[in-house]
Design a binder for this molecule. Structure first.
Ligand code: URA
Length: 266
């Protein structure tokens, strides 16, 4: 596998571990960059580390992590084959919601992780990750289990696994949504086996929802590190990470409700 991608991901992890870009670093035991192979075809993005994650240094190792592992295994996936991370890499004190400015300060790390791994499917775990990854797309209650394409990425929003701990009926919803994820993965795998074509693979998917790209707002914290993509050096023979021009810039969009000009339903 791509040594270049693994190296690039390791560099991102090193930066996360010493990051002081937002006040969350002041109370953390340690930052939690993410776990899983750089060649993972599936990425799962949660909200932020909790108490156990802060102690252990790995995402989703507490009660919510057990639910996530069970869900992944229910569709034949091994947790170790998935790249798992969070929107914010340091624990919000008392497990409070991450603040918008904290998410903004951390967002370049998540962007870099996605750009390096280039997964077939990104599982969005809960509303905070949804707001960060698909701003303006809609709420979790309307989008859970659906395939959403933005740019050349395919996302599937899901209820946060912790929600099933508090509201048992959501476990069934999560299980049903995971079965859909299995179908999306099978589609992606089938596309991968097709002969290479000019358009990127995701362009062939039949999404439930296609949304336009909204650029992340600028960091609220001065001294914010340079985007880590500049650190990605492709190895000879490696596919070059897409460091070219960003998606077309469009005006920032309000979070909810979705407006018709941003959202086309298939
Ligand atoms: N653990 C994590 O790593 N992330 C969450 O969002 C919840 C628990």
């Amino acid at each position: 596998m791509q040594t270049g991608a693994a190296d690039a991901l390791a560099v991102v992890h090193e930066h996360i571990l010493v990051c002081t870009d937002c006040p969350l670093h002041l109370k953390r035991i340690q930052a939690v960059p993410g776990t899983g192979p750089a060649g993972a075809r599936i990425m799962a993005v949660g909200e932020g580390p909790g108490e156990t994650e802060d102690r252990v240094g790995r995402p989703f190792v507490g009660a919510a992590g057990n639910v996530l592992t069970t869900l992944l295994e229910s569709i034949g996936l091994r947790r170790d084959d998935i790249y798992i991370t969070n929107v914010v890499k340091c624990r919000p004190p008392g497990n409070r919601d991450p603040e918008p400015a904290e998410m903004e300060a951390c967002s370049h790390f998540l962007d870099a992780q996605i750009e390096i791994i280039r997964p077939d499917v990104i599982l969005i775990l809960g509303r905070h990750a949804l707001a960060r990854l698909l701003p303006g797309a809609g709420g979790i209650s309307g989008l859970h289990g659906r395939k959403v394409v933005r740019g050349d990425r395919l996302y599937v929003p899901l209820y946060h696994p912790a929600a099933a701990l508090y509201q048992g009926s959501l476990m069934r919803t999560l299980e049903d949504d995971m079965l859909k994820v299995r179908g999306y993965l099978d589609e992606a795998e089938a596309r991968r086996r097709q002969p290479v074509q000019a358009a990127p693979p995701v362009a062939h998917a039949q999404p439930d929802v296609t949304t336009s790209h909204s650029p992340a707002p600028p960091s609220a914290f001065p001294g914010h590190a340079e985007p880590l993509l500049s650190l990605v050096a492709p190895e000879p023979g490696e596919p070059v990470p897409r460091l070219g021009p960003p998606d077309p810039i469009e005006p920032p969009t309000p979070p909810e409700p979705p407006s018709r000009d941003q959202l086309s339903l298939f």
